[in-house]
Design a protein around this ligand. Structure first.
Ligand code: SAM
Ligand code: SF4
Length: 349
């Protein structure tokens, strides 16, 4: 596949084969510029110039799973574990709303301490008190739990497929399988969640064919949101000596994802900002339209260490908001004031 031909096909809205996606991912530095500007234009026509903010609250770092890449894995005995109470989570969500956020993302390890009914009550209380969208990111659960939480008012669910290579998936996530992950994603779609998936770039054992399949999978799942971020090695995991993902390849993957999913919400991921100080700006210019500031209370934030040196460990929410507003003003990108639901859930942009 030739880069120019693949880009022309992508821009015209043709469904790309994985070979064409791979040709785009292999863009040389000169071609990369045209890839990013094409993605930027597709972002503009697909979801507009507005940037949506989602406040992320990481409410528990306990996890029953043992993913090889993640600092929260159950075998990591070197981190202090914490759980926020339901009241503390509600208070934090209230702070986010007071700061102007229209979406809160509740994320945690797979922690069965909170019963499905606890989570449902929490979602219901937040929705009852505030005019805010709720995204859950709690990992793999039974369909009936996903249904309970949807009925309680949850709008969206993030569950990254992590890698589209089933063998690599099995190696990296020994407690589960790729089929289970896909089944969960299909349930979420059936239950009418705005569904998000995504993958890491630069996982050990990942090649460009796999990465091309990652993008094709996001397109075929027709996800409403996709998080594409670099893999970052954590010192207390079996992958501690592996190399980090490449920021440039991550940006290219983001741009190609945008070309394949014009209407999706794509965040400038925190992992990318950890690798590159201007990561947010670069991502917003290569197809991204979402930023997810960290609202986790500062006294526990450091303990949610999925990878080292997350870029936002000590910043107070107000400081984060100020720097985002400055960045957006410089890029002439307005801050969204709506809930930022997926276009196909609102019948428009
Ligand atoms: N436990 C839930 C799950 O796995 O879906 C949600 C929390 S998990 C910490 C959120 C995301 O962190 C994962 O989807 C994964 O992509 C990302 N993550 C974990 N370890 C990482 C690492 N070392 N580098 C980059 N991203 C990582
Ligand atoms: Fe747990 Fe999610 Fe980390 Fe896996 S990625 S160990 S499920 S928190």
């Amino acid at each position: 596949y030739d880069f120019a031909r693949a880009l022309a096909d992508a821009v015209s809205g043709s469904k790309l084969e994985t070979g064409a996606i791979k040709a785009l991912l292999m863009a040389n530095p000169e071609q990369t510029k045209s890839l990013y500007s094409a993605a930027d234009r597709t972002r503009q026509t697909g979801v507009g110039d507005e940037v949506h903010l989602r406040a992320i609250i990481e409410f528990s770092n306990y996890c029953r799973k043992n993913c090889l890449y993640c600092g929260l894995r159950r075998d990591n005995k070197s981190i202090a574990r914490y759980r926020l109470s339901l009241d503390e989570i509600l208070t934090t969500a209230t702070e986010a709303v007071a700061l102007g956020f229209r979406t809160v993302v509740l994320q945690s390890g797979e922690d069965l301490y909170y019963t499905p009914e606890d989570i449902a009550r929490l979602v219901y209380s937040i929705k009852n008190k505030h005019d805010v969208a709720i995204t859950l990111s709690l990992g793999e659960h039974r369909r009936e739990n996903y249904r309970l939480w949807r009925e309680a008012g949850a709008d969206r669910y993030l569950l990254k497929h992590e890698t589209a290579n089933p063998e690599l998936f099995r190696f990296l996530k020994p407690d589960t399988t790729f089929e289970t992950r896909l089944r969960c994603l299909h349930w979420l779609k059936e239950l009418d969640y705005q569904t998000g998936s995504g993958n890491m770039v630069g996982l050990p054992g990942q090649d460009l064919d796999t990465l091309a399949r990652d993008v094709a999978l996001l397109r075929d799942l027709d996800v409403e949101m996709a998080g594409v971020g670099p893999f970052l090695p954590h010192y207390a995991t079996p992958l501690k000596d592996a190399a980090a993902g490449d920021p440039e390849l991550t940006l290219k993957t983001l741009a190609v994802t945008r070309l394949c999913l014009p209407g999706a919400h794509l965040p400038a991921t925190t992992a990318l900002c950890t690798l590159a100080t201007d990561g947010r700006k670069l991502a917003l210019n290569a197809g991204a339209n979402v930023i997810m500031p960290n609202l986790t209370p500062l006294d526990v934030r450091r303990q949610y260490q999925i990878y080292p040196q997350k870029s936002d460990m000590t910043e107070k929410p107000l400081e984060t908001l100020t720097s985002i507003k400055k960045l957006l003003a410089g890029l002439a990108r307005p801050l969204a004031t709506s809930h930022g639901h997926a276009p196909k859930f609102t019948g428009g942009m």
